[in-house]
Design a protein around this ligand. Structure first.
Ligand code: PMM
Length: 280
């Protein structure tokens, strides 16, 4: 029996993380929550819908995106974390920067979601170890500006698994509590649509690493392509039903969590999955 990590939700079903992108340029919600007041109101809605965690991010990671400065990222994220933390829900901060992670935890964040898995900044892993909060470690090969040029794999499943295993070792070497690690295969990050589908066809492929797994599929471009009419990708907000189909499949396969832009429908789908699992 391992010691649970304080702050890591464990509700006995798949966790739902609601996304609040405080950015002008995220592909998935088109800058709708860029103003702090709008972001805070949206976070409150997601909490009311039953989110287990709210993931607050100030940097768009859409392919080709340029990075905001650290001060701009702090300006976007911290007021939203401060406003949502008192609601009692867990707050995750989606950042690759150790200083943003630290300031967000001081402002009430309870989990660090680092899409670079500790690779963007060498100070991140020691900072996470010092802060002692759960750490979401995603598979990553480089910044958004040119990440799709790194989407080259002989065997995407084993390469993603091996690269994550290396980052797990680095995290533990830096002092991060292994009970506080959550993995994420990083769909869309240095991966083509075919790579994403290949990983999704084996939803337990990271199980040998022995850690909880979160999937971020919500509204991603590979769903837009799947649902395209001719050359026209289905717009991001028209991808929620397909996202829900994946949540159902992933929850059925035992995923620890899903990261989504809408919450209630995902909680409902997970309730159905749990009821099917029930033996009574
Ligand atoms: N995807 C995005 C941003 N942050 N974090 C994790 N852990 N996993 C993801 O798949 C992920 C992420 C990009 O999508 P968005 O525009 O919906 O935030």
């Amino acid at each position: 029996m391992t010691n649970p990590c304080p702050g890591l939700p464990n509700p006995g079903r798949t966790v739902v993380i609601g996304v609040v992108n405080v950015t002008p340029d995220s592909f998935s919600d088109g800058g709708q929550w860029y103003e702090p007041a709008a972001a805070i109101a949206h976070g409150r809605e997601l909490v009311a819908e039953g989110a287990d965690l709210i993931d607050v991010g100030g940097e768009s990671t859409r392919p080709g995106a340029a990075r905001p400065s650290q001060s701009e990222e702090l300006r976007r994220v911290i007021p939203v974390v401060e406003a949502l933390a008192p609601l009692g829900v867990g707050i995750s901060v989606d950042t690759m920067r150790p200083e943003v992670a630290r300031r967000a935890v001081e402002a009430g964040a309870t989990l660090i979601n680092d899409v670079s898995g500790g690779m963007a900044d060498p100070a991140m892993l020691p900072t996470v170890a010092e802060l002692g909060v759960p750490y979401l470690l995603m598979h990553w090969r480089g910044h958004s500006l040119d990440m799709q040029s790194r989407a080259v794999y002989a065997d995407v499943r084993s390469e993603v698994r091996d690269e994550l295993a290396r980052q797990i070792d680095r995290s533990i070497d830096a002092g991060v509590d292994p009970n506080c690690l959550v993995l994420d295969p990083g769909l869309g990050f240095a991966k083509t649509a075919d790579h994403n589908w290949e990983l999704l066809r084996s939803p337990t492929f990271l199980d040998p690493l022995g850690l909880p797994v979160l999937w971020g599929v919500s509204r991603k471009a590979f769903l837009g392509r799947l649902l395209a009419e001719g050359d026209r990708l289905r717009p991001a907000t028209g991808r929620d039903d397909a996202t829900l189909a994946l949540t159902t499949t992933l929850a059925r396969a035992g995923a620890w969590g899903v990261r989504t832009h809408t919450v209630r429908a995902h909680r409902d789908a997970i309730a159905v999955v749990e009821s099917l699992r029930s033996t009574t």
